[in-house]
Design a binder for this molecule. Structure first.
Ligand SMILES: [Zn+2]
Length: 297
């Protein structure tokens, strides 16, 4: 993707210098069977005020619920308090990655502002928090091992840039457009939060069986993949795509399908994000059409 020298979003919140070493989760846990991959369960949408958010978060913490969207599954959050350590030096590579993320986020803002406007709505761009090791979110402690996620309680996307190493090495999904897809997917959840899809899911799931919740979750996740595809189409229209970009994103969607992550060891009714085939198809649907109307739930 052509991104160098382009405008960056002002909504990137860089917490990397704050460290967080005391919380450092292990990098293991991927491909955790059943229930390990969750999408947001927060209920901060609609008219919930600050008090309401505090109450909801408090209840979630009490119940041990984990509101994280672990795009790639695995891991779990802890609720231990943060210990601050001396900041680890940021490598030049990570700084370049941070710039890249800023450009990707800016592109999502331009796209979604336009799409919302066309529907007489106004898009509120989420903040995107870059962190190292661990940081506090309104959905519990964000850890590297959790993978990137969107927290509806504070309307922020969280990502430890070291995830991209993992995406490349562990999941075999290299390339800047694979990285862009991950961001665009999480931004897709922020869009769902504003269109009412996410609040409705969180309301409805309360009375559902685990299997029904999982099936619903897959639909929500596949819509976010489709939205990521619409974003990719927008980037293509702007002539920012480079040779191999589309393949990189499709390859990443393939790599993080539930069946691939769990190596066929887990029954499909436990899937929460969709199979590799489903994820690739949804991404492609958005990419090929560039039409959010195609991204049905
Ligand atoms: Zn997701």
């Amino acid at each position: 993707m052509k991104w160098q020298g382009r405008e960056r979003s002002s909504n990137v919140e860089d917490r990397r210098s704050q460290g967080g070493g005391g919380l450092g989760g292990s990098r293991g846990g991927f491909g955790m069977p059943g229930g390990g991959m969750r999408i947001p369960t927060g209920r901060a949408g609609g008219g919930l005020g600050l008090v309401g958010i505090v109450v909801v978060v408090g209840i979630m913490l009490l119940l041990g619920m984990n509101p994280l969207d672990m795009l790639t599954g695995g891991g779990s959050t802890t609720t231990t308090s943060s210990q601050q350590y001396a900041p680890p030096p940021s490598s030049a590579g990570q700084d370049e990655l941070a710039d890249f993320v800023g450009v990707v986020v800016k592109d999502t803002e331009t796209l979604w502002t336009e799409v919302f406007q066309q529907n007489n709505l106004s898009y509120v761009p989420p903040k995107v928090v870059l962190f190292t090791d661990a940081t506090q979110s309104a959905c519990g402690v964000a850890q590297s091992a959790s993978g990137p996620f969107y927290c509806p309680n504070d309307k922020k996307v969280y990502i430890d840039l070291s995830f991209y190493d993992q995406l490349r090495r562990q999941f075999g999904a290299p390339g800047d457009f694979a990285q862009a897809y991950v961001i665009a997917h999480e931004i897709g959840h922020a869009v769902q939060d504003q269109t009412g899809v996410l609040p409705e899911f969180n309301r409805a799931r309360a009375t559902m069986s685990q299997e029904e919740q999982n099936a619903y979750s897959v639909r929500v996740e596949l819509q976010a993949d489709c939205y990521a595809g619409v974003w990719a189409n927008y980037v293509k229209q702007q002539n920012y795509l480079e040779q191999g970009d589309v393949e990189e994103a499709i390859n990443a969607a393939n790599a993080i399908g539930d069946d691939t992550l769990t190596r066929g060891q887990v029954s499909e009714r436990n899937f929460t994000h969709g199979t590799s085939a489903q994820r690739m198809a949804s991404l492609k649907k958005g990419m090929d059409s560039g039409d959010v109307g195609q991204c049905t739930l």
